[in-house]
Write a protein that binds this ligand. Sequence first.
Ligand code: DC
Length: 228
Amino acid sequence: MAFVVAIDGPAGSGKGTITKIVGEKMNLINIDTGAMYRCVTLACLEKEIKPEDNDKISEVLESIDIKLEKQNEKNLVFLNGKDVSEEIRTTRVNENVAKFAAIKIIRDKITPIERKMGEIQDVIMEGRDIGTVVFPDADVKIYLDCSLEERARRRYKQNLQKGINSSYEEVLENIKQRHKLETERDIAPFVKAEDAIYIDSTNLTIEEVTEKIIEIISKKKLEISNKN
Ligand code: DC
């Protein structure tokens, strides 16, 4: 295993933005695992496959090709060769992704891909189960929390900026539903790893959270280099 930083946190906790900044500053490859679950969801929705249709999902998984690439400072997501970076963030995918992410065969496909990525390069990987399931031995584990209302406010603002039409109430309802599905599912439920460092970002700026995480990573790197 290379140097692995696991950042687990709910939608709207700021983890996407923070992971990107910290990754760049600390020279770690930034991996958005939610994007992978979003790709599988999009692939299934395109074929009108329902979450209960395991056989058809298996077929999709057999031939699926997901690539995360950085081009001109932008993190792009490719599904079977097509740039779906925007499409995976639509309301349609938002409303369905938690159901697909709770399916065992889908998690069994994504988890080894994530592990492989963290074996060959130093990474900062964000998701829900990185510190608990994917990399229980990660060098640094952060659990980034935030209140439901603040998360909804942030997501609503992001949507406005992207020109996505939604009301605050709709966004809050979607965030609540997803949170319930993610925390109550049987496989890899979204919980804090016992040894993760808890940061509540509700009343903190992006810069404040970023600084805290960089400090934690730097301390860990120093510890490792002193040992060697
Ligand atoms: O972080 P996000 O909102 O893009 O995640 C999309 C969905 O995928 C969300 O419902 C949680 C799920 N997910 C997961 O179950 N495990 C991960 N490691 C990452 C995301």
